[in-house]
Design a protein around this ligand. Structure first.
Ligand code: SAM
Length: 253
């Protein structure tokens, strides 16, 4: 069924471009899964995507930038408790621990191999870190357990119903939920972005997942609709632009 209205009741069919997405924008999305989300893909290919994400995050300074945004949001807490969801390789958590002397970080992912790799790394031995398997759509933690939950470059992996659950769960277990993800450009620019990536997508797993990420990322209006569907009481602040990641800060009151 096509999603035509601006209501959020039929959230599962909401376009990634939001309730009022243009016809072209509605074409620029896919239900196809990234290698990282598929059960029929060998683990080596998934690890190559995670390593590439770790390398690019380090090289372009994204881990450092994302940790700085997160730490600004907990500046009022002396010893902040931070939950990282979808941590993948743990690069953002490492920066959180490095750049705050007393922050305690729970480092999590839904993928058990990623969790095992992070637990076997320096993060597993860090006195202020706990590494755990966790699903961002059903967080195994009590209400208000954390000052902040962070979900970086992962939100687009989720279909609208699950994405909406992250708003509900993240703002339940933490005072603030920080989502950082790819921006969704206006459709003509989006076409250009895809055209630059498509030639390498069949041969480089990281680019393959990048193309799908681009088609699955949510627009600002979609993000607002997902939060409202989770609970109209959730407040949402959006920051970012076309060339920098999209930042969502959500909370309750
Ligand atoms: C593109 S990677 C991002 C890794 C890392 N956060 C970064 O900034 O590079 C997406 C991650 O989201 C995780 N993920 C997907 N669905 C999830 C869910 N429901 N709950 C928690 N993590 C999830 C994947 O396992 C993967 O590690």
């Amino acid at each position: 069924m096509a999603y035509m209205g601006s209501e959020t009741a039929d959230i599962e069919h909401m376009p990634r471009g939001g309730p009022k997405a243009s016809c072209l924008d509605r074409l620029l999305e896919t239900d196809r899964l990234e290698y990282l989300d598929r059960d029929d893909v060998d683990e080596a290919r998934k690890r190559s995507v995670i390593r590439a994400l770790e390398w690019t995050g380090e090289f372009f300074g994204n881990h450092e930038k994302f940790a700085a945004i997160a730490l600004e949001l907990v500046a009022d807490a002396p010893d902040p408790a931070i939950l990282e969801l979808g941590a993948g390789h743990g690069g953002v958590s490492r920066k959180l621990l490095e750049n705050h002397p007393t922050a305690r970080v729970t480092v999590t992912d839904v993928n058990p191999v990623s969790v095992a790799d992070m637990a076997a790394s320096d993060l597993g031995r860090h006195p202020r870190a706990v590494v755990r398997e966790m699903d961002a759509t059903a967080i195994d933690a009590a209400d208000a357990s954390f000052d902040l939950a962070v979900f970086a470059l992962s939100f687009h992996h989720l279909a609208p119903t699950q994405a909406s659950q992250v708003f509900a769960e993240g703002t339940r277990v933490a005072r603030k939920l920080l989502i950082i993800d790819l921006p969704r450009p206006p459709a003509p620019l989006h076409l250009l972005r895809l055209a630059t990536m498509l030639p390498l997508a069949p041969v480089v797993p990281f680019v393959h997942d990048g193309v799908i990420s681009s088609l699955r990322c949510y627009s600002p209006s979609a993000l607002r609709a997902l939060a409202a569907h989770a609970d109209p009481a959730i407040t949402v602040e959006l920051r970012g632009g076309l060339r920098i990641p999209q930042i969502v800060i959500a909370g309750r009151g």
